[in-house]
Design a protein around this ligand. Structure first.
Ligand code: BMA
Length: 315
């Protein structure tokens, strides 16, 4: 028997795919990018720390999903207009992109003296971008919107902070992208497990035959700090608040030198994955909050991992 499992996510041999040297304006990091395919081209909206420690969002484009060129100007910087300006003064972070009805909804973390909340911006062409709404109070992060409505409502996964329970993944609904409610907990970290400290949604969910694939991050606290890994879960196709299965094992952990060492060591953090017609996906992740990396996986392999060796979603 082999001493290790075949990797589910195969790393691109040219990793890291994007670093601060590729950015034509001054930034210190390039990480945690949302990703989507738009008119045959791959788009990444990536986060960068500036030298003052606050973050902005840039745009990179690619023909093949691996070799990216960065636009000359940032894509999303803190808004000057209210009500957004007050809540974005410390920066905008960790964007996710959801293709919906011919537009792209971008959810991002908005940081300010009042905490962290989630904003939505939208674009149809990645040239113009406009703010839509601030959809949570403090403290929420990691919102992904399902790329389909359910009984006429938008559905999101998110991760509120709480001092009482470990930070879990929740689901909420909205008729209009402004008002959200009917919230329920969906997945909780599992005690003494690779994701025991906290979990949060990662990539925008991907529709598969067996359910919505949710690639999420899970964190384990060690004597040397936290380790961020990626895991996978399946949500019911008709009712995404219903979790069909959570894979017991992670699908990716920090291993390459630029994932193990950097601005924050031992981090792989996913904000986007792009499904392809041949049954594979390209998964994108930030390495050590410093660079962007990519890999490929067969969707069926991740789904099988969820179904063949699950752990309870709420334990
Ligand atoms: C999380 C977020 C992410 C970051 C990760 C590791 O709490 O801030 O943006 O990648 O920590 O530092």
């Amino acid at each position: 028997m082999a001493g290790h499992r075949e990797p589910i996510v195969k790393r691109w041999q040219g990793n890291p795919i994007l670093t601060k040297q590729d950015v034509p304006y001054p930034v210190e990091t390039v990480h945690n990018a949302g990703a989507v395919k738009h008119r045959g081209k791959y788009i990444m909206l990536f986060r960068s720390h500036l030298c003052n420690g606050r973050s902005i969002i840039g745009l990179a484009e690619s023909e093949d999903g691996f070799r990216f060129a960065v636009r000359s100007k940032p894509f999303l910087i803190p808004s000057q207009d209210e009500p957004f300006a007050s809540y974005e003064e410390y920066g905008v972070e960790d964007p996710r992109i959801c293709a919906m009805d011919g537009e792209y909804l971008i959810t991002y973390s908005a940081y300010s003296r009042y905490g962290v909340r989630i904003g939505i911006a939208k674009t149809w062409n990645f040239e113009h971008v406009e703010r839509v709404s601030l959809i949570t109070e403090a403290d929420h992060r990691n919102v992904v919107i399902f790329p389909q409505k359910f009984s006429g409502r938008y559905v999101r996964l998110d991760r509120p902070h709480s001092n009482i329970a470990p930070w879990s993944i929740w689901v909420s609904y909205s008729p209009d992208l402004v008002h959200w409610g009917d919230s329920k907990v969906a997945i909780k970290p599992m005690p003494y497990h690779w994701d025991e400290m906290k979990i949060g949604p990662g990539a925008t969910p991907i529709k598969t035959e067996k359910g919505w694939l949710n690639i999420y991050h899970g964190v384990f606290k060690t004597m040397d700090g936290a380790v961020y890994r990626l895991g996978a879960a399946l949500h019911d196709l008709q009712d995404p608040s219903k979790v069909l299965s959570v894979a017991d094992e992670w699908i990716l952990q920090p291993e390459d030198p630029w994932e193990v060492t950097g601005y924050v060591h031992n981090v792989v953090f996913c904000c986007g994955a792009v499904p392809e017609d041949d049954g594979t996906i390209k998964v994108y992740w930030g390495g050590a909050d410093t660079v962007m990396c990519a890999g490929t996986a067969r969707i069926e392999d991740i789904v099988d991992l969820c179904l063949s060796n699950p752990r309870p979603p709420l334990c």
